[in-house]
Design a protein around this ligand. Structure first.
Ligand code: PEP
Ligand code: MN
Length: 361
């Protein structure tokens, strides 16, 4: 074949490529339009019946040289790409998505801005054990310019024989101390029936890892007008985490913060594996404040400082650390909580790193 002829045929192929390109994109536009209409009507965009009809029609009209199987395969790819496009479009409308709300959600409680650009340290004991125990931590908070105090009153424990938390008595202690020291209090609620009551005692309601996909709890949390800190599930993907937050927003409550707390992997050197990339990813995908719990993710005192620095360096809105006046006798997580001097050392190092600034300064 002469060189000229090859060039001519190549030009024809290029032209056909462009025609196919324009046609599949025209097709995609129509599919998108149809998808929007289906969503409006509450119909599932995926219609296997319709796909079957299209494939049959194509094969019936196939005169080769491609085999029927090849035609089926090629068009299935086009169908799948179109369906993905529709799903992407649906994702765009998620209330938690940056595409829906480009600006950061900032949640202000007692003058503390969560997600306001200044990192916040959420610290306190694993469990509320007594007024005196929480008070020791709160006094240190005030001395060190911290504003946010955590403490569990309802503890989701692996064993039913382990300390289950003080319940309402624990919430009462948090309320008293929060008022006395002007601190923002955070505590986990595990039962939808307790949410309403909890709003009277604590400033932020935590939904823990074990309940991240407790959809009834999420929906109930969406129906109250109170800030929620949602932790990532033990084995939850980022997509599942995002959808869990969407459950809350979809019911009307927009005051939601996320907390990466490590996920289960085969690694045993740490209690969980801190998924540090989840932080920038969640910041990109959603407009919600994102925290890193360095205590439950690492389960190791020696890793609290470096992982806290890492979290802040990748853009977390703050860090959660468990601190107890006497961890050796703590009723939960005795191994990984730090005492107050150790906590203050971590705080000094974080301040020295420049990644964190005193909150009341
Ligand atoms: C907690 O923060 O008290 C807790 C139990 O954490 P998680 O739900 O992440 O395990
Ligand atoms: Mn704990």
């Amino acid at each position: 074949m002469a060189h000229d002829q090859i060039e001519t045929m190549r030009k024809q192929i290029d032209e056909i490529n462009l025609q196919i390109l324009s046609l599949i994109n025209r097709r995609a536009e129509l599919v998108q339009e149809l998808g929007k209409e289906k969503v409006k009507q509450g119909v599932n965009p995926f219609d296997p019946e319709r796909e079957r009809q299209m494939l049959t029609q194509l094969v019936e009209n196939n005169n080769g040289p491609f085999s029927d199987n090849t035609i089926r395969h090629l068009f299935k790819q086009i169908f799948q790409a179109s369906l993905d496009l529709m799903n992407d479009d649906n994702k765009k409308v998620l209330l938690v998505s940056r595409k829906k709300q480009p600006e950061d959600t900032v949640i202000t409680v007692k003058g503390v801005e969560f997600g306001g650009g200044r990192p916040i340290l959420i610290a306190g004991p694993c469990s509320v054990e007594s007024y005196e125990q929480v008070r020791s931590v709160a006094e240190n908070h005030v001395k060190r310019g911290l504003r946010v105090l955590r403490g569990g009153a309802y503890k989701p424990r692996t064993s039913p024989y382990d300390f289950q938390g003080l319940g309402v008595e624990g919430l009462e202690i948090l309320k008293r101390i929060g008022d006395e020291f002007n601190l923002v209090t955070i505590s986990e609620i595990v039962n939808p029936a307790d949410l309403e009551l909890a709003t009277r005692y604590i400033d932020v309601i935590q939904i823990g890892a074990r309940n991240m996909q407790n959809f009834e709890l999420l929906k109930a949390a969406g129906r109250i007008n109170h800030p929620i800190l949602l932790k990532r599930g033990l084995s939850a993907t980022i997509e599942e985490f995002i959808y869990a937050a969407e459950y809350i927003l979809s019911e009307g409550n927009k005051q939601v913060m996320l907390c990466e707390r490590g996920i289960r992997t085969y690694e045993k050197a740490t209690r969980n594996t801190l998924d540090i990339s989840a932080v920038p990813l969640l910041k990109q995908e959603t407009h919600l404040p994102v925290f890193v719990d360095v205590t439950h993710s690492t389960g190791r005192r020696d890793l609290l400082l470096p992982t806290a620095k890492a979290g802040l360096a990748v853009g977390a809105d703050g860090v959660m650390i468990e601190v107890h006046p006497d961890p050796d006798v703590a009723l939960s997580d005795a191994k990984q909580q730090v005492n107050i001097p150790q906590f203050n050392h971590i705080l000094d190092e974080l301040l020295a790193s420049g990644l964190y600034k005193e909150e009341t300064a």
